[in-house]
Design a protein around this ligand. Structure first.
Ligand SMILES: Cc1cc2nc3c(=O)[nH]c(=O)nc-3n(C[C@H](O)[C@H](O)[C@H](O)COP(=O)(O)OP(=O)(O)OC[C@H]3O[C@@H](n4cnc5c(N)ncnc54)[C@H](O)[C@@H]3O)c2cc1C
Length: 737
């Protein structure tokens, strides 16, 4: 687009000049826009006219604040004010007798190209207007046509529309030939210089006599619009601290690598979270008010699986940190510390890295390749790992002498049990812990073929154990849970999948004992009802007296919870999210992940691992990289989104493995999205996506976009609020003036 601003005086024909050039360009097949600014001006007062030319349709109705070129009809207007916003390398066509070099010699116009034409003499000679008020616009049309590379004949043809003949045509032809252009002019774009509309700068041209062009109307306003990005609810809720809106915005541009780069700023495990995160962001997504939340989880998986980017170490530190436990919390802490330049050594009790992501979550939900890819990225930063090494209380104390700091992320190691009248471990494997069952299942070291399996519990471990037993060929799989579906801590989609796979769930049901009858094993259960909420906020299950029943069972899998084992830590340790544990050794110990919070998700463990790593970094470097979460009031909820502005688009879901193929295989059930079109459903709540509705609808034409931001010309903004009401995503708000 070419934007030209014309400065003239009332009566000189500046607006008509804009229209002539527009008419000519329109005949050439271009889109054009030409208009003047009229306020209280009278004949002789300074006025401005604007001309836009583009080969695309023009939607911006605003005044031109950063013109590509200027045309000045009256020599007395040559002043600092007219240069406002002119782009470097733009030309200034001046109606004056002087040569371009006269102005070009002035150092402060060095970034512009000067052209001059004595349009006044040409007009007088051709009898246009009077000697005191010559009409110079047709001469300037000829000169401007020359500078713009327009077809002079088509400009002259356009005169017809305005009833201009004779002297006007001669004037245009003469000016076309006579216009003088500065030699060795700067090229367009040389030396960037940007002047905001409300920052009209000090004079650039010498010897000015012109006045400010228009009557300022901004002082009538009693409120002013403010442009400011706010907090999208998805970003606010994400326990890993991901910039969800940011990576979705990159995906709307199909920029998968940038999306991955954004995710890796906060979380090193996007391929994992893109599969197993419960999707907190999706529960808060404002798109739910239309046709359902954006499928953020699947898009994160896409970015993690398909994006490529280099992650580099950003600093160099002398301190060494020991990380105990290689689950998501330990790995996240190790990743962020390694990026900051610390020497990191992980001590892991198991024989592989990943914690419960590897030993607990089955591969039909999280294939090992995806986990290994994410972990590989962390280890590539130079993190050392010592496997098969369980750290006990004594060894931890030694580590506090050998290292400068310790991050303890050992998860939940104590398993909860119930007394079924059978000793765990002594019942020939007929009663076992869910975690152990899953670990055996992944190693292929357990067989439940043809067995009736009962799983007790309502969390992810219970659902995964049941679905794994189904895949290992159990004849019947049944889950016993003492509350209702609403209280189940397991991820709802996984519960749906389990039910779809034919697993029966007995709600409001609690196991009491196991017994053998006539060679058959039976599990006695008690019917429950819900009472008042307990400490967890969930309604407490209460036994209904006399309501007992028995069900046949081959194997019982207990999945009723785990708890932290603090025996590793100093005896008087107080765990806190804001303070490390100070020890007798020199090094502080930072607890992280489920050991500290028991939040029970990979995503929360990642966020906690990072927070602790950044807290550790602040202690050693004084640099505060941890940012406090944004205030809840800054979150843009659906009631602030103009939902009516958005088209409806159906949600893109992943293909799933057919049921028939699940029975005997641990192949991944969800198969990922084929593309990233789904990202376009993001409403970009609270974050400007440069839709420019505000620019289009401003009735006074006083705002413009600078890069990704919107700038208001408060000198002229009357505070009507149209920009705010047209902003679809609550980025513009009104402030008392
Ligand atoms: C079956 C199952 C399914 C789950 N599904 C999901 C899901 O779909 N989505 C989700 O978000 N969350 C899920 N979770 C929860 C999630 O896995 C955990 O909340 C998360 O892994 C906790 O991370 P962490 O790093 O704190 O601990 P962990 O993942 O438990 O890692 C702790 C690590 O420390 C090691 N360790 C322990 N003690 C020592 C020691 N003394 N010395 C050295 N190393 C030690 C362990 O071997 C382990 O590798 C699931 C959990 C289970 C059990």
């Amino acid at each position: 687009m070419i934007e030209i601003r014309i400065h003239g005086r009332g009566g000189q024909g500046g607006v008509t000049l804009a229209k002539i050039l527009a008419a000519s360009e329109h005949c050439e097949g271009n889109s054009v826009q030409a208009f003047g600014v009229y306020a209280a001006e009278r004949s002789g007062a300074p006025v401005q006219a604007y001309l836009r030319i583009d080969d695309e349709p023009i939607h911006n109705p605003n005044q031109i604040y950063e013109p590509d070129h200027l045309i000045v009809l009256d020599p007395t207007l040559i002043s600092p004010a007219i240069l406002s916003g002119l782009k470097p390398g733009g030309w200034i066509l001046l109606n004056c007798e002087k040569s371009p070099e006269y102005y070009a010699a002035q150092e402060r116009v060095a970034t512009f190209r000067i052209a001059t034409i004595d349009a006044t003499s040409i007009a007088v000679k051709n009898g246009l207007g009077s000697k005191t008020v010559p009409i110079v616009n047709t001469a300037l049309a000829g000169a401007a046509a020359q500078l713009l590379g327009m077809n002079l004949e088509s400009v002259i043809e356009a005169f017809d529309d305005f009833g201009f003949h004779g002297g006007n045509i001669k004037a245009a032809r003469e000016a076309w030939d006579a216009v003088r252009v500065q030699q060795q002019a700067p090229r367009p774009g040389e030396r960037h210089q940007q002047v905001m509309p409300h920052e009209r700068g000090p004079g650039i041209l010498d010897g000015n006599t012109g006045a400010a062009p228009a009557l300022r109307t901004g002082q009538w306003a009693n409120q002013q619009p403010v442009w400011q990005n706010a907090t999208p609810p998805c970003n606010f809720i994400c326990p890993a601290g991901n910039d969800v809106q940011g990576f979705l915005a990159a995906l709307t541009e199909e920029d998968v690598n940038s999306a991955l780069e954004i995710l890796l700023q906060t979380s090193p495990l996007p391929s994992v979270c893109g599969r197993v995160c419960p999707g907190f962001c999706m529960t808060q997504c404002n798109r739910s008010e239309l046709e359902g939340p954006v499928n953020v989880r699947a898009l994160e998986r896409y970015a993690g699986d398909h994006g490529e980017t280099q992650i580099s170490v950003t600093g160099q530190r002398l301190e060494k940190v020991a990380v105990v436990g290689a689950g998501p919390a330990g790995l996240s802490g190790a990743y962020h510390l390694a990026r900051l330049g610390y020497g990191v050594t992980i001590f892991e009790a198991g024989s592989e890295l990943g914690g419960l992501m590897r030993t607990g979550i089955p591969s039909y939900r999280l294939p090992r390749e995806a986990l290994d890819r994410d972990i590989g990225r962390i280890m590539a930063l130079g993190v050392q790992a010592i496997l098969d090494t369980r750290i006990d209380h004594h060894r931890l104390e030694q580590l506090t002498h050998e290292f400068d700091a310790v991050l303890a992320a050992t998860g939940l190691q104590k398993l909860t049990s119930v007394d079924l009248g059978v000793d765990l471990g002594s019942g020939k494997g007929q009663v076992m812990q869910g975690i152990e069952f899953l670990d055996h299942a992944r190693q292929g070291s357990i067989n439940v073929e043809g067995e009736e399996v009962i799983v007790i519990g309502g969390g992810n471990t219970a659902i995964d154990a049941a679905r794994s037993a189904f895949r290992l060929g159990a004849s019947d799989v049944r889950i016993i849970y003492r509350r209702t579906r609403d209280e189940m801590p397991a991820i709802p989609e996984e519960v749906d999948d389990a039910i779809d796979e034919g697993i029966r769930i007995d709600f409001l049901c609690s196991p009491i004992r196991m017994r053998r009858d006539d060679g058959k094993r039976l599990l006695s259960c008690q019917r429950m009802e819900l009472g008042e909420p307990d400490n967890s906020g969930r309604r407490r299950p209460i036994a209904i007296p006399g309501e007992e029943f028995e069900i046949p069972c081959g194997r019982v899998i207990l999945a009723i919870g785990q708890a932290a084992d603090f025996s590793l830590l100093p005896h008087d340790a107080v765990l806190s999210k804001t303070q490390p544990i100070e020890t007798d050794g020199e090094a502080p110990v930072y607890p992280a992940g489920d050991l500290l919070t028991n939040e029970g998700t990979v995503t929360a463990a990642i966020g906690c691992g990072r927070d602790m790593a950044l807290m550790l970094h602040e202690r050693f470097s004084g640099e505060k990289l941890y940012t406090d979460p944004p205030a809840a009031e800054t979150v843009v909820r659906a009631d602030r989104i103009r939902l009516q502005h958005f088209d409806r688009h159906h949600r893109h879901d992943e293909n799933v493995l057919p049921f028939a193929d699940r029975k005997s295989s641990f192949d991944e059930v969800r198969q990922g999205l084929e593309d990233v079109v789904e990202a376009k459903r993001c409403l970009s709540c609270g974050v400007c996506n440069t839709c420019d509705r505000c620019v289009t609808y401003c009735p006074d034409g006083v705002l413009k976009r600078v890069g990704r931001e919107i700038v208001f010309d408060y000198d002229y903004c009357k505070g009507c609020g149209v920009c705010m009401s047209e902003c679809s995503r609550a980025v513009i708000y009104m402030k008392a003036g």
